[in-house]
Write a protein that binds this ligand. Sequence first.
Ligand code: TYD
Ligand code: MG
Length: 463
Amino acid sequence: MSAKKKTGTTAYRCSHCGYTQPRWLGRCPDCGEWNSLEEVVVEDAGAQASRAGRPAVAPRAVPLSAIDAQDGARLPTGIDELDRVLGGAAMKRSAILVGGEPGIGKSTLLLQAAASAGTKGRVLYVSGEESAAQIRARADRLGLPASRVEVLCASRLEDVERALDELNPVFVVVDSIQTVHSPDAGAVPGTVNQLKLCAHELVSWVKERDAVLFLVAHVTKDGTIAGPKALEHLVDTVLSFERNDDEVRFLRALKNRFGSVDEIGIFHMGQRGLSPVEDPSGLFLIKRAGALPPGVAVVPVFEGSRVFMVEIQALVVPAKGAMTRVFSDRVDPARVSRVAAVIEKRVGLRLSDQDIYVNVAGGMRLTESAIDLALASALYSARTDLPSPSSTAVIGELSLAGEVRPVSKLKPRVKAAIGLGFPTVLAPEAESSGGEGSSRAVRDIKEAIASLFGKGAATGRRE
Ligand code: TYD
Ligand code: MG
């Protein structure tokens, strides 16, 4: 193995994207930047460890029973919606990347979390974006207890590391990781190379401390910026902060080593910062006076542990050519095609010569099979121009034979629907008889269509 010398080997690394390769080239083969390759010494693992101030000890296996489970203790941030998305609370010794477009509320959220985590130990808020005075002004406006948080305005990695060693905090926010740089990562600040090295060093710090590290990352609207993507594998958890409308914000986990990625946090951005949305189950409903327009159906869906009422919208128009298409980015197009085929075969309503468009109000992505019957109802309504009754919600999975199949957690779905003004709920027959007194059981698609659109509902063209 001639490549393995005492300290490492020479290689050429692109200062723009970090791509490393053995020979010098005028242009980086990865990102296409000209004259960006610099000669570097690639350290082997032992040299890397000793540079980070740790002896290069070979790791040794230990019996599972001998490991202290306390290693994984959690630290609540005190912000319930944030803790929910993290899987109950933040895991100690973990790094959490919080991404979102500028102005979405990342700094606000993490300052609020930092202030409430201040009861657990020392808290360090590193800002490379705002002055200490700006941060203080925000804390005052939010009514946060300022004495609990130590603020460091710095952007050099070495300064941040020194503060970490001095304070030994339990809760650290670095806002943002894009502003941190180190001379070790080449002359140009802001490169992916810089981003990776600085994040790597900070994550290595938290791995050995009973602390939690939040890294803020700006992501542009289309989410394609190379930077934060390059960090996703370095951290334990990746959270994305998104906008629903002007005031409502969603926090979701794109990756979570310590919890599910199904839970969403829902915040309202107001005068006093971010607060939880009290009862979010009706958030996605469109409020209308009077009858529903054709092509619309309402279904209660589960997102994590909470139920939300959502409106499925369908539009069908005759296909122009011989090929028909399904346009649906919130519901799997394969599900749309399957449900359309069931309607055509079991109800006798032709859809195979139509282009089908499906949308979900509020932009939620629906993956549950419990939406099948509502989707069928929206498609039927769109094709026939018959609106479904505005007081009815629809639940159920559809088999290819047109039967309405049971779904999980029926009771809370029915309860949510009734609570939000849908006194009639069409649902599969409950396995445990009796309990679901308030829903109307339907056995198959035909029965459901008759119940929604009347016994004589057209089963064919109405033109
Ligand atoms: P901020 O947390 O600075 O966003 P980010 O760090 O993601 O860039 O939030 C900025 C926006 O939030 C700004 O437009 C002002 C608004 N805001 C409020 O509406 N209420 C508040 O209490 C605060 C602190 C900010
Ligand atoms: Mg900010």
